[in-house]
Design a protein around this ligand. Structure first.
Ligand SMILES: *[C@@H]1O[C@H](CO)[C@@H](O)[C@H](O)[C@H]1NC(C)=O
Ligand SMILES: *[C@@H]1O[C@H](CO)[C@@H](O)[C@H](O)[C@H]1NC(C)=O
Ligand SMILES: *[C@@H]1O[C@H](CO)[C@@H](O)[C@H](O)[C@H]1NC(C)=O
Ligand SMILES: *[C@@H]1O[C@H](CO)[C@@H](O)[C@H](O)[C@H]1NC(C)=O
Length: 396
């Protein structure tokens, strides 16, 4: 017995000394990605940065503003340094980073491990150390490193090499790796242990687009692969399901609630992609929902899992929270046009302790009632991509 405990303790220590330990992203990163099609010049990015603060997003936790592909000049400076497009960024990147910092936000930037970015701008290959130092000098807090235009086989050494060079700059830089996404698409099984040793977060799969089909496909991919993803997920190292598309054009209010609830139960990064200048009130309310954000940011950092598939394609997800609470999301994906009544036993929800559980609705924290482990829980969930979200708490 004693030796089993001893071995368990060693394994525990091993896991925690191996994974990347740069003090960044102890909860899933939250922020805003500025794509260059919508925000092509620095003044528009500054405006979004101001809105992150004045609109209450920063105080809700959305602290990063990240500029996406297409910020670069097509050529490096004569000494090899990366330089921005001087029409889009006439003040330069350090000035933009300073401005972002002056608002209390953190500054993120996009690059690519290959010879060129996906849009054809200079990639970092051949310049890793110089570029790591440039980012640190510029005041970059977060690097999204894409994987276009490079041999996928090279990523297993290249991404860790860049991670080590970022570390050597002594600046704390959140490191977002696209490495596994390219491997998954090439049918190479990613070594998620090695990825968690080098990266704070990593895109696993497809780029999201502004549609329920895309959101639903990502949710299903995470569920179908949950047993190999979840063990590598936790404080400092996160699987990434890609951006929230809430507030754009493709999702209904119900589907937007679903994306927020599922991204929260998965504990994946919450990166906004909406124009904060034109966002609707309902979308803003969902994005800023304190209870859902608290579930996403729960300090345990567990990746929620799909635990049940019921009739009518209804799926139940659950995630353990701090203090013995459990969050659940019930997703009703099919377009039946009518609310669906669901009965599920507490035992099937994994709630098997003898004491009663208190149930609360997740979006508004409204008390639902007390249930015993041998009872069933009845509720209604709307169709076409809506969710019913609730959490349980043991009685005190
Ligand atoms: C790109 O950089 C070159 C000099 O290295 C400069 O002449 C040119 O104007 C720049 N173009 C843009 C769009 O920044
Ligand atoms: C560099 O790596 C070491 C070892 O993992 C870690 O303790 C340190 O915080 C890292 N520093 C930075 C700036 O990332
Ligand atoms: C995965 O990476 C870890 C850490 O670098 C290494 O110890 C392990 O051997 C690798 N596994 C495989 C199957 O390559
Ligand atoms: C829950 O629904 C089932 C039918 O599915 C019903 O038999 C049961 O009485 C209901 N329980 C409560 C507490 O409403």
């Amino acid at each position: 017995m004693r030796s089993i405990i001893y071995i368990a303790a060693i394994l525990f220590l091993y896991k925690h000394t191996k994974a990347l330990d740069n003090g960044v992203a102890l909860t899933p990163p939250m922020g805003f990605m500025a794509n260059m099609a919508t925000f092509p010049i620095e003044t528009l990015i500054r405006q979004q940065a101001q809105l992150l603060v004045s609109g209450g997003y920063l105080s809700a936790g959305y602290e990063y503003i990240i500029i996406d592909d297409c910020w670069l000049n097509m050529t490096r400076a004569p000494d090899g340094t990366l330089q921005p497009d001087n029409k889009r960024f006439p003040s330069g990147i350090p000035a933009l980073a300073d401005y972002v910092h002056s608002l209390g936000l953190k500054f993120g930037i996009y690059e690519d491990y290959g010879t060129e970015t996906c849009a054809g701008y200079p990639g970092i290959l051949g310049h890793l150390e110089q570029d790591a130092n440039t980012f640190a000098q510029w005041g970059v807090d977060y690097l999204k490193l894409d994987g276009c235009n490079v041999d996928v086989a090279q990523m297993d050494t290249g991404y860790p090499e860049m991670g080590a060079l970022l570390n050597k700059t002594n600046r704390q830089i959140g490191y977002s790796c696209s490495w596994p996404a390219y491997q998954e698409f090439s049918k190479i099984t990613p070594n998620y242990t090695a990825i968690a040793d080098s990266c704070n977060l990593w895109r696993n799969w497809a780029d999201i687009d502004d549609s329920w089909e895309s959101v639903y496909a990502i949710i299903q991919w995470f569920a179908d692969n949950q047993d190999r993803l979840a063990p590598h997920h936790g404080p400092g190292h996160w699987n990434d399901a890609d951006m929230l598309v809430i507030g754009n054009f493709g999702l209904s209010p119900a589907q937007s609630r679903a994306q927020m609830a599922l991204w929260s139960i998965l504990s994946v990064p919450l990166i906004l992609s909406v124009d904060l200048h034109t966002i609707s009130d309902w979308a803003k309310d969902i994005i800023l929902n304190k209870n859902l954000i608290a579930i996403n940011q729960d300090p345990l950092g567990a990746m929620g899992k799909r635990i049940l598939k019921l009739s009518n394609s209804i799926q139940v997800w659950s995630k353990p929270l701090l203090n013995d609470r459990t969050a659940f999301v019930v997703l009703s994906p099919e377009p039946y046009g009518t609310p669906i009544h669901v009965s599920v036993s507490l035992e099937n929800l994994g709630l098997t302790r003898y004491q009663d559980y208190d149930f609360f609705e997740s979006f508004d924290s409204k008390y639902i009632g007390k249930y015993h482990y041998n009872q069933v829980f009845n509720f209604t969930v709307n169709p076409s991509g809506d969710v019913f979200a609730f959490y349980t708490s043991p009685p005190h």
